[in-house]
Design a binder for this molecule. Structure first.
Ligand code: G3H
Ligand code: 13P
Ligand code: ZN
Length: 312
């Protein structure tokens, strides 16, 4: 099966009350860990590449590695541009064979966000590619851009119908309290997503797929391991998994996870070096790191997203 778009995936997820995991990829071991878990569980999959990932690994390598995963697993896989910052970045990914792109003009004024998104949609749809757009601003770090908690803002439900009608986008990322990175909520406060905003957006856009960025749950077992083996991540707190599960049962069809992959990999490698200080063969420490990613992704698929067994 070649790379697919997310159109049919989202239709099934919306009506089935589950979500698809969109995992960020940066190298071979990450791609293998994610896709091995999805293959074992027959789960549909979105592999997403940020501008930074493309700069790190170069545009050809990641595309070819994802193609290898399609051949190895036979799964329906979407290759998606995460946080496209301009028409040019989106066009370049479409030329490279991505089947889905995000244009993130959420930091721009409403009318400008509509205009840029509309331009990307026209080009993408002419090439059989789907487009995710964003309304509302998440806190945290995306590529080089840091959005402070004060500058972030929840999506305004009264804007979503006009935005979707005028842009023609295929899915919409909204801000309901998630944020990028490992420090999502103030220590001592109760993490709580704004389900009232999600429900009002869904009521105004019946049948329309919603996307949640910044949805890592920052498992404390990884944070503790990092802290135990020489790291320092006090106060790292993620989105509670039961709230993600609730969102997946509603209109949320795509849930973005990157930080949890980084934590799983880094915690495992730190532990490996602490226990094997004389080792220097990258295969020895990347093998358990890949296995940790596989285990974590399997848990997300079964216990958070609910998309196991939904690939075919
Ligand atoms: O939302 C951002 C993703 O975690 C990608 O991060 O831009 O460092 O690759 P990155
Ligand atoms: P996390 O930092 O919560 O993993 O979010 C990733 C993301 O939204 C990628 O677009
Ligand atoms: Zn994001």
């Amino acid at each position: 099966m070649p790379l697919v778009t997310s159109k049919e995936m989202f239709e099934k997820a919306y009506h089935g009350g589950y979500a698809i995991g969109a995992f960020n990829v940066n190298n071979m071991e990450i791609i293998q860990g994610i896709t091995e878990a999805a293959a074992d569980l027959k789960a549909p999959l979105i592999l997403q590449v940020s501008k930074g990932a493309r700069a790190y690994a170069n545009r050809t390598y990641l595309k070819k590695l994802v193609e290898a995963a399609v051949i190895e697993t036979g799964l329906p896989i979407v290759l998606h541009l995460d946080h496209g910052d301009s028409f040019e970045t989106c066009r370049s990914c479409i030329e490279d064979g991505f089947t889905s792109v995000m244009i993130d003009a959420s930091s721009k004024p409403f009318a400008e966000n509509i205009a840029i998104t509309r331009q990307v949609v026209e080009y993408a749809h002419d090439h059989g590619v789907v487009v995710e757009a964003e309304l509302g601003t998440l806190a945290g770090i995306e590529d080089e851009v840091m959005v402070s908690a004060e500058a972030s803002s929840y999506t305004r439900p009264e804007e979503v119908e006009e935005f979707v009608a005028k842009t023609g986008c295929d899915s919409l990322a909204i801000a309901i309290g998630t944020s990028h990175g490992a420090y999502k909520f103030k220590p001592g406060t109760k993490p709580q997503l704004r389900f009232d905003v999600l429900e009002e957006v869904s009521r105004r856009l019946p049948g329309f797929p919603i996307v949640l960025h910044g949805s890592s749950s920052v498992p404390q077992e990884f944070v503790e391991k990092i802290n135990r083996y020489g790291g320092s991540m006090p106060g790292a707190i993620g989105v509670p998994e039961d709230q993600l599960r609730r969102a997946a049962a509603l209109s949320v069809c795509k849930i973005n996870i990157d930080s949890d992959l980084r934590l799983a990999m880094t915690a495992t490698i730190r532990q490996y070096f602490a226990e094997h200080p004389a080792d220097f063969d990258p295969r020895q420490y990347l093998k358990p790191a890949r296995a940790a990613i596989k285990e974590m992704v399997a848990h997300k698929i079964v216990d958070v997203l609910g998309c196991d067994g939904k690939a075919f």
